[in-house]
Design a protein around this ligand. Structure first.
Ligand code: 0PR
Length: 466
């Protein structure tokens, strides 16, 4: 650090230098974030000093956060939004981390590490009453939750020394976001990946077949990162109920899209959230399609009672704060993000978000039409505003099943080359898909039809020259 500080002008000049190297989202078709709504920016500035991690000091912000959770639970079809429990996070990664941490805590407290290699039995086969109706003492694997037991009674001390606890596992679609990889490392969890169908949606039977005695929960995705596809959450919900497992829905992207899609136009009429009884938590990011600022994620649990067996494990006494306990993953949390999210949701209402999604779906239709004029077509028919285009070796070459490793590698190289050229020659930021060699375009609210015409014509030029 310099001994003497710079003048305000000098610092501002430095900031301009750095911000000039950042993007302002012009020519960005790779990002799941967008320019925040002006009212979100105003609210952010107004609450810039607020720390919702100390809710006694920032009681207004804490009330706003509660209302935000209720609003989100409402459009996620919670039967009684006021009873939903949740908070703002820094985004989809943190929401997923916390949802899985609760699953693991719940598993350890409730199920215990039985050490059995027997597959987990379904409810039908056991013909037992639902979990909520049973007294603690009847629950399988443990008589009482760990927190209620005296030290000497804890399962660790009860286990014979030779018994090795099995690694807990999480069943998730193979299309799940890479944040789950981090989670697996953090918590020592095995990821059991379920297969997906030709439309990138998880195959329910494949998910069910992965469940065993050490499964801590299930993940479904509403709007997967690569294609925007929504898993058949209704089927996952049935499986979750059958095996009495928590089901977390990663709707980081789709949470502010699917509820606002026009079903007549999109053909999407499935349920994916709290109206399905097996869904225990949902994450949805305001900093993606919610038009709020970064960092703003939301994690909502069906209710607090779901967390009974877990919350105590991350709940800590906070003697020097204004609240007695804290049970969020992070401590200091930006109240400004709460205010921004509150402001934009109040300002737009459902109608505003429907318009936002309709605009992005118009872009998506336009993109497809323009693309088809060049002889290319999307790899999958887009369900929402993510279009993935295989430019490997012609429009229909589908590098999916049936293609050899050599062709796939060649297609990947070509995709990378075209992607780089789009940026170097024409300034377009486009991303690449992960599971197939394809370009991926995310058509966010900052994108225009002119952008689409431009990027497709530049793509065509590059492909013609290739
Ligand atoms: N779940 C899903 C389905 C996601 O797509 C993402 C992020 C996450 C969770 C994690 O969310 P956070 O990044 O908020 O923690 N998907 C994008 C990705 O990783 C995020 C992104 C956004 C990337 C903007 C780039 C960018 O410019 O690709």
């Amino acid at each position: 650090m310099d001994e003497n500080g710079l003048s305000e002008e000098e610092v501002l000049a430095k900031l301009s230098f750095f911000s000039d190297s950042d993007t302002n989202f012009k020519k960005v078709l790779s990002s799941m974030c967008t320019v925040p709504h002006p009212i979100a920016v105003r609210a952010y500035h107004q609450f810039i000093h607020s720390n919702v991690g100390d809710p006694g000091l920032f009681q207004g912000t804490a009330k706003m956060e509660k209302e935000v959770i209720e609003i989100v639970a409402g459009f996620l079809n919670h039967p009684n939004p006021a009873t939903a429990f949740g908070h703002l996070t820094s985004g989809g990664t943190e929401s997923n981390i916390e949802a899985v941490l609760h699953m693991k805590n719940r598993f350890v407290a409730f199920q215990g590490n039985s050490g059995s290699s027997e597959p987990r039995k379904s409810e039908e086969s056991k013909a037992e009453r639902p979990e909520t109706e049973r007294p603690e003492t009847e629950r399988p694997g443990t008589e009482r939750p760990e927190t209620e037991r005296p030290e000497t009674e804890r399962p660790e001390t009860e286990k014979p020394e030779t018994e090795k606890p099995k690694k807990p596992n999480l069943v998730l679609p193979k299309t799940a976001h890479f944040s789950f990889k981090k989670i697996a490392n953090m918590f020592g969890i095995e990821l059991k990946k379920a297969e997906v169908d030709s439309q990138s949606r998880v195959i329910p039977n494949s998910a069910e077949s992965q469940i065993d005695e050490n499964t801590i929960g299930l993940i479904g995705i509403a709007g997967n990162t690569e294609f925007g596809a929504c898993d058949p959450i209704d089927k996952l919900s049935e499986i979750a109920l059958k095996y009495r497992l928590p089901l977390h829905i990663d709707a980081a992207f789709g949470g502010f899209v699917y509820p606002f899609l026009d079903p007549a136009r999109s053909g999407f009429d499935s349920k994916f959230s709290f109206d399905l009884p097996g869904v225990s938590s949902v994450s949805a990011d305001p900093h993606k399609m919610g038009l709020s600022v970064i960092p703003a994620g939301i994690l909502v649990f069906r209710d607090r009672s779901f967390l009974d067996l877990s919350l105590d494990k991350i709940k800590v006494k906070t003697p020097y704060l204004t609240s007695r306990y804290q049970s969020t993953l992070t401590g200091t949390r930006p109240g400004a993000a709460v205010a921004a999210t509150y402001a934009v949701m109040k300002h737009l209402g459902r109608e505003g978000y429907r318009k936002n999604v309709a605009y992005c779906m118009d872009l998506t239709d336009h993109f497809q039409k323009e693309l088809e004029r060049t002889g290319l077509k999307p790899y999958l028919k887009p369900q929402i505003n993510i279009v993935t285009v295989n430019i490997g070796a012609g429009p229909d070459s589908g590098t999916g099943p049936g293609k050899g490793a050599k062709e796939i590698e060649a297609a990947r190289e070509k995709t990378d080359k075209i992607r780089s050229l789009l940026l170097e020659k024409y300034g377009w930021n486009v991303s690449a898909a992960k599971t197939i060699p394809a370009l991926r375009f995310v058509l966010m609210p900052h994108v225009t039809k002119e952008d689409i015409n431009g990027v497709i014509s530049d793509l065509k030029k590059l492909l013609d020259d290739d």
